[in-house]
Design a binder for this molecule. Structure first.
Ligand code: HEM
Length: 510
């Protein structure tokens, strides 16, 4: 008898459990959200997971592009019960950013508790409140405004010479160069010197550790992107997506940065150099009367995120553009002729030459159009809104496919060809061009959350690519560079990173 009661209560328990799970599944996967209004068109999807498979693809920018060319530039996708609004044309993007910039001014990235990497102390994930405004001001005044860029010109010139020296050394030994690795060193050193007045030490392994951690963070980027989108359904199950991996990288970064912060504090203040970005942030951490009181984690997060934002984007952009130059010898020749005629053969190209090198700027811009590192950008709609007569629910995730947008045949002639000439004849300043071309050219995003580092990026990429073209011929294995791409991280990356052998062409006196 006891055995029967026990079996009955067991069955009853299983039955109740099944009911609960079914209810939960119904609620999560099948229950339509309340406000099914006039949403943008939605392409066919799979049961339950909806369009999840598209997000998981390593070529999601291309899968989205295919969808938009078939079903239109404004689409509604669904993953479980999460709504995504996919935008793939300049005119729709323009409508959103002109009328809804504030509404879409935060990123839909899930902050990982206690992490300095994409955590709640981050600038990248912060809403446009006091903290974001304060940090944006510091980044502008200390790093990227024209006056700050002029002051730090010497740093970038020295770092460029250092890369030139490294490449020349390899050329003399007939060794190959990994273009991405050299760019990563250049950008990390430049950024550290500009923001905290010193480079990372190669001798004690500090630089290598930071580069390693940065690489690990880039590898986590796609997971963070997925976590952002799947957060809402999965947090109901209390599934902390990838939290352990993110925390592990964050803790090691935090430990390393703590050492750097302590050393920076002990360093004697250099009256002549004035306060650098880190001095100002440490003052805002310590000062009771600071304009905004920062936490220690916020100081660290900004450094990690700046490294993240500035380095891999520049690494990918340099590799893609150099690969296009190697694959298109007529463009390389034309560029070299321009540099030779303006700079000559006796000195190394400098940033101050860039305004006189319109074809070089056109090559850099075309590289960013054709292979935008940030191929997909994510924001969130805070409020309900209306776009092109369609209802957009609040909390919907906005996905802007800048890859598709910058290859849209309605906006660009021969969009699938690398043609720097398309940028000639327009004004020389990247900023003015962007305004002119509105939202058809958005490698740096748009609106208040657009990239503040675009001027720094144009200068760094222009000088670096200019130096590599001015001083070296480049040999590769085979006829053409393999241009296979993947969007497995946060940036559009070469499946086979560019590796080529430099042959000295001229050796300017430096
Ligand atoms: C080729 C180089 C670069 C590319 C392609 C690039 C691209 C981007 C993109 C697409 C975004 C997101 C924009 C949006 O959501 O609308 C962004 C944000 C950002 N970038 Fe860049 N970037 C580059 C270099 C840099 C550099 C050198 C810095 C250093 C100052 C930087 C700092 C940032 C920051 C801080 C943000 C976040 C802005 C915010 O949330 O308010 N980037 N970048």
């Amino acid at each position: 008898m006891e055995a029967i009661i026990s079996a009955d209560s067991q069955n009853c328990f299983i039955f109740i459990l099944l009911c609960l799970v079914s209810l939960l599944c119904y609620y999560l996967f099948f229950k339509k959200p309340k406000d099914v209004l006039n949403l943008p068109p939605s392409p066919p999807s799979l049961p339950i997971i909806g369009h999840l498979h598209l997000l998981l693809s390593s070529l999601s920018h291309k899968s989205f592009q295919k969808l938009s060319s078939k079903y239109g530039p404004l689409l509604h996708l669904q993953v479980f019960n999460v709504r995504l609004i996919l935008v793939s044309s300049a005119s729709v993007a323009e409508e959103i950013f002109r009328s809804q910039d504030v509404n879409v001014s935060s990123r839909d990235v899930y902050p990982v508790d206690g992490s300095i990497l994409f955590g709640s102390s981050g600038f990248f994930t912060a809403p446009c409140g006091d903290y974001w405004k304060f940090m944006k001001k510091i980044i502008a005044t200390k790093l990227v405004r024209p006056q700050a860029l002029e002051q730090s010109q010497g740093i970038r010139a020295e770092e460029l010479q250092r890369v030139y020296g490294n490449i020349l050394d390899k050329a003399r030994k007939h060794e190959s160069v990994e273009i991405g690795k050299e760019t990563l060193k250049l950008m990390t050193n430049t950024l550290c010197r500009m923001s905290m007045g010193r480079t990372l030490s190669e001798e004690n392994g500090e630089a290598e550790r930071v580069r390693g951690l940065a690489k690990e963070s880039f590898a986590l980027a796609k997971k963070i992107f997925l976590a952002a989108i799947l957060r809402r359904p999965l947090e109901k199950f209390r599934i902390p997506l990838f939290k352990k991996e993110i925390k592990s990288v964050s803790d090691r970064f935090s430990e390393l940065l703590e050492k750097i912060l302590v050393e920076h504090k002990e360093k004697l203040y250099d009256e002549q150099q004035g306060a650098d970005m880190l001095d100002i942030m440490l003052a805002a951490f310590e000062g009771e009367n600071a304009e905004y009181k920062l936490t220690r984690d916020q100081v660290k997060s900004v450094f990690v995120e700046l490294l993240f934002a500035a380095t891999d984007t520049s690494v990918q952009a340099t590799q893609w553009t150099m690969s296009e130059l190697i694959n298109n010898p007529h463009i390389l020749k034309k560029l070299r002729e321009e540099i030779d005629s303006v700079v000559g053969e006796t000195r190394l190209i400098q940033e101050t030459d860039l305004p006189n090198l319109p074809y070089l700027l056109a090559v850099v811009k075309e590289g960013l159009r054709y292979h935008p590192p940030g191929a997909i950008m994510i924001r969130k709609f805070h409020k309900k809104s209306e776009i092109r007569g369609f209802s957009i629910p609040d909390e919907a995730t906005l996905i802007i496919n800048s890859y598709a947008l910058m290859r849209d045949p309605d906006s660009w002639e021969d969009p699938n060809e690398f043609k720097p000439e398309r940028f000639l004849g327009s004004s020389r300043s990247g900023k003015e061009d962007e305004k002119e071309q509105a939202l058809k050219y958005i490698p740096f995003g748009f609106g208040r959350r657009g990239c503040p580092g675009s001027n720094l990026a144009y200068m760094s990429l222009g000088a670096l690519i200019g130096m590599m073209v001015q001083c070296f011929d480049w040999e590769i294995k085979g006829d053409k560079v393999n241009m296979d791409e993947t969007f497995d991280g946060m940036n559009l990356t070469m499946v086979h990173p560019l590796k080529c052998t430099p042959v000295p062409r001229i050796q300017p006196f430096i």
